[in-house]
Ligand binder design. Sequence first.
Ligand code: NAG
Ligand code: NAG
Ligand code: NAG
Ligand code: NAG
Ligand code: NAG
Length: 443
Amino acid sequence: MANLTSCILKIIILVLMNLLIFVLYNCNYNELHVTNRYVMKLKTTGKQLKPEDHNRIVEEYFSKRKEWKTSMLGSILFQNQTHFTPSSKSYLILIWKHWHWLKNRHVYYFGEKPHDPFKECNVNNCQFTGKDELLDTADAVVVHLQRGLLPNVTQRNPRQRWIFLNDEAPPHVYSVSESPSIPQLANVFNWSMTYRTDADVPVPYGRTVALTKPKYLDPSYTNIAKLVPNWKIKTRHNLITVLMSHCSVSHRMKYLNTLKKYIDVQVHGRCSENQEIVCPGHYTSNCEKIDQYLFYLVLENAMCRQYMTEKLFYNAYEKGAIPIIRGPPLQDCQALLPPNSFIHVDNFLTPSDLAVEIINISKDDKKLLSYHLWRNHFKVVNEHGYFGTKSVHLCRLCEAMNYNDEREKIYDEDDIRLFFDEDILCSTQRNSTKLDSQLVINK
Ligand SMILES: *[C@@H]1O[C@H](CO)[C@@H](O)[C@H](O)[C@H]1NC(C)=O
Ligand SMILES: *[C@@H]1O[C@H](CO)[C@@H](O)[C@H](O)[C@H]1NC(C)=O
Ligand SMILES: *[C@@H]1O[C@H](CO)[C@@H](O)[C@H](O)[C@H]1NC(C)=O
Ligand SMILES: *[C@@H]1O[C@H](CO)[C@@H](O)[C@H](O)[C@H]1NC(C)=O
Ligand SMILES: *[C@@H]1O[C@H](CO)[C@@H](O)[C@H](O)[C@H]1NC(C)=O
């Protein structure tokens, strides 16, 4: 009898233990790594692609850019221009005053080792120098506007091109120097070198590039999931993140704090609320911590035409997160970013509406993956030198010298304004027909 009782007890204990393991395992499973299992269960979209489907998608995307006004280099980078021939000359390019400082990003990529600027470049007939005494003989002089200081010369060689370089949004161009007024910059420069598509030397932080053929002819969700970087480690528990080191830009902090009332946004970097200093490297080193998130909140420090940075191209796209964009206007995002690849805050009346939509998308793997379907036809390239990625600034300078129109060009006050006037370019006050015809917006 005693034996039977102890036997029954043992059985009960065993059953209870199994139940406990089952419960523990399932709780855990539901909370984390839902995605792996879900993806396996997803059905295919059922439609096989033909090569012409890919061509149609890609051509439709590029057709919207036909009207853009660009330099020759700009049409190579943005409009699939394939007819160009390098020049037989060679060029000396002087980086005025700040060669040493610029090299850190564009030659060293913030690392220890220098990189050859002409590796994977279409040309190599340029020599870069920081020797200001070569001002008289250089073919081009690059002035980094953020650092100020124009060369002071009385006799200027009319064949020499002066190029202004600026990677910042108009409100932050002179963050580390005294700002000259716009009229002071009139009739000084021949070329522009900025992130904009209409610059003579375009150096965007990233670009959308078409693939020659689709990655999969069967665009099933299972296949699309394979194209999303870090998909296997993403979890619904890690919904939205933002990496932030400058906590003083009040308009974006305000937006972030309002959004946080409705949805969990996890801040990494120096602005993290619990002072958890993960990823303090800012843009110089990679932050693995953000790989697991489904969405990345792109809060640019200014909201200006075409100003989109490594936050979007690296922290979001490269990490396999869907960008939620607060920065450049919607029409610029549609023109420059892969189709159906982002969420834009301007599409929502309030942060609360935005939160509802994000939560809705996050609950459904098919919806999440629909924002990644573009990866079957396009890729996004990072070209800024941040986070150890490649910088192409110097290659672009040399390409521009080779390919661009050689005729005289002078930036008068109006032209300068279209690159630096905040009233025309930023926030809600974008109001210049001249600029619109240059950047061509879809009305
Ligand atoms: C780019 O141009 C090449 C050659 O002209 C053409 O074969 C290709 O289809 C074009 N690609 C796009 C995206 O328009
Ligand atoms: C520019 O150079 C001239 C003569 O070389 C000098 O008189 C003038 O003060 C200089 N201006 C500035 C702003 O340095
Ligand atoms: C998401 O939105 C769709 C329509 O917009 C709705 O049918 C669906 O019930 C929503 N799902 C969730 C989980 O809120
Ligand atoms: C460059 O600009 C200067 C000053 O406006 C002008 O005198 C010169 O002709 C221009 N050179 C070229 C090559 O455009
Ligand atoms: C654009 O700005 C000008 C003044 O700079 C103003 O007179 C005009 O009404 C504005 N147009 C629009 C459509 O806001």
